[in-house]
Design a protein around this ligand. Structure first.
Ligand SMILES: Cc1cc2nc3c(=O)[nH]c(=O)nc-3n(C[C@H](O)[C@H](O)[C@H](O)COP(=O)(O)OP(=O)(O)OC[C@H]3O[C@@H](n4cnc5c(N)ncnc54)[C@H](O)[C@@H]3O)c2cc1C
Length: 408
């Protein structure tokens, strides 16, 4: 069987390796001069390639597409990914949040493993695919690139989403699908920084808050995420802010706030403040707040509370104390918008899952055409779940092609 894989990213290379092992004839097309460009920048150059967790926990981290992923993740789960890379000579380690990285801390080592497995494939680099068409005469699929035209028995589209287009993923898979009458769910930002209207952002730029809860009400629905976040020049980023962005769609009504002290109830905070106040009656209020919050947040926090930093503790009124407690538990942020989808860690939306057989990733409309990885309308939270999705969908596709071939 003659098979084309369009896209030499995580999913395309992984599928290519399995098919190569089964001695299929594979051509991998990539518009770039080298494969796996996005893999190099994953996990800040360290590649968080999966999560050391159960199928159930994986599914809890899929924002869109969890039902669709049931079959694929059960066939190739996170432990399978770990075993695959270790059996291919890449020692791995598990860090906070069960995130799995190579011991070497080098994303390039992940690419090396994937590339090594496709060394017998026909790697067509610098060859961007322009469109895919059904060729009625030969009953095959025609792949037209910027250089040539080819006929294949099967074509696997692994072109990724639209995020970080400099890595090669510029949304071409959506165009191919539309030209073939396959429905595409409008691509949208996911795992992107959130822009705020608050004037204090530049003052807090670079401030990382650990062990806080980011709270949101999105079109009336409450969400809370606990962990780490970061202030940027014009908003918020970091794990829980990026994750929260995946739940926000265009034109939704969003209100945001931070519980700066999630481990303490209002009553516990009140007791703590009263104790601190009694012990420091002649100190400035900023001295007390410094004991509760990171230094760089103190001025902004007291400004939001409308309390002067130099006010003596013995002048703090009951009302002021209540305001401090309220803001510690519910520090309001003014939501502006999400960053554009090009800035996202992943792209939400993509090939409609209604169009795809979840066992094989084959299009229900076009026989022999498959979609894997981020091009599909699936997006997950951070933690290695997006690469796991790329591997699981690639596995489902490649093994189903091999099984079909063995049957015929
Ligand atoms: C900064 C950043 C950090 C990330 N970190 C993590 C992480 O640590 N863990 C995690 O799980 N996920 C991470 N992700 C997400 C993860 O990288 C992607 O979900 C994953 O790479 C998707 O794999 P893919 O094979 O579907 O697409 P891609 O990896 O995007 O590959 C698509 C390939 O298709 C090629 N292509 C596109 N169009 C054409 C065409 N017309 N012709 C030929 N070739 C084409 C591209 O050149 C590219 O090589 C991160 C993403 C970013 C942007």
């Amino acid at each position: 069987m003659n098979i084309a894989i369009i896209g030499g990213g995580a999913s395309g290379l992984f599928a290519g390796g399995i098919l190569c092992d089964a001695e299929q004839i594979i051509s991998i097309f990539d518009g770039n001069e080298k494969v796996g460009k996005k893999i190099y920048i994953t996990g800040k150059g360290r590649c968080n390639l999966t999560n050391n967790t159960t199928v159930e926990e994986y599914l809890n981290n899929v924002v869109n597409g969890s039902k669709f992923m049931m079959s694929a993740i059960n066939r190739f789960d996170c432990q399978d990914t770990i075993n695959f890379f270790e059996n291919n000579g890449l020692p791995l380690k598990t860090e906070r949040g069960n995130r799995v990285f190579p011991v070497s801390d080098k994303a390039s080592d992940v690419t090396k493993v994937l590339l090594n497995r496709v060394k017998d494939c026909d790697l067509k680099l610098n060859e961007k695919v322009v469109f895919i068409k059904e060729d009625k005469e030969s009953n095959k699929l025609l792949v037209k690139t910027e250089k040539e035209e080819y006929l294949f028995d099967k074509v696997i589209v692994a072109t990724g989403g639209k995020s970080y287009p400099a890595t090669g993923s510029s949304g071409d898979g959506y165009k191919f699908a539309k030209m073939l009458g396959i429905e595409v769910v409008k691509p949208r930002s996911a795992l992107v920084p959130i822009k705020l209207n608050d004037k204090f952002c530049p003052l807090l730029q670079g401030l990382s808050l650990k062990n806080v809860t980011l709270k949101a009400v999105i079109n009336g629905k409450k969400r809370e995420l606990f962990g780490e976040m970061l202030f940027t020049n014009d908003g918020i980023s970091g794990p829980i802010a990026l994750s929260m962005s995946s739940y926000i769609a265009e034109n939704q009504n969003v209100s945001l706030s931070i519980d700066l002290k999630p481990a303490l109830s209002e009553e516990q905070l009140e007791k703590r403040l009263l104790r601190d106040f009694n012990e420091n009656l002649n100190k400035n209020i900023s001295y007390i707040i410094k004991g509760l919050l990171p230094r760089s947040l103190v001025s902004v926090f007291l400004n939001v509370c409308e309390i002067k930093e130099e006010l003596k503790v013995n002048s703090i009124t009951h009302e002021m104390r209540k305001t401090i407690i309220k803001n510690l538990k519910d520090f309001k942020l003014s939501y502006s918008s999400l960053y554009p989808l090009e800035c996202g860690i992943v792209t939400g939306g993509g090939i409609s899952l209604k169009e795809i057989n979840p066992k094989s990733m084959e299009s229900k409309k076009v026989k022999g055409l498959y979609f894997i990885g981020e091009v599909l309308d699936i997006d997950c939270l951070t933690g290695g779940f997006n690469l796991q999705t790329a591997f699981s969908t690639a596995y489902a596709c490649a093994t189903s092609i091999i099984e079909e071939n063995n049957r015929s």
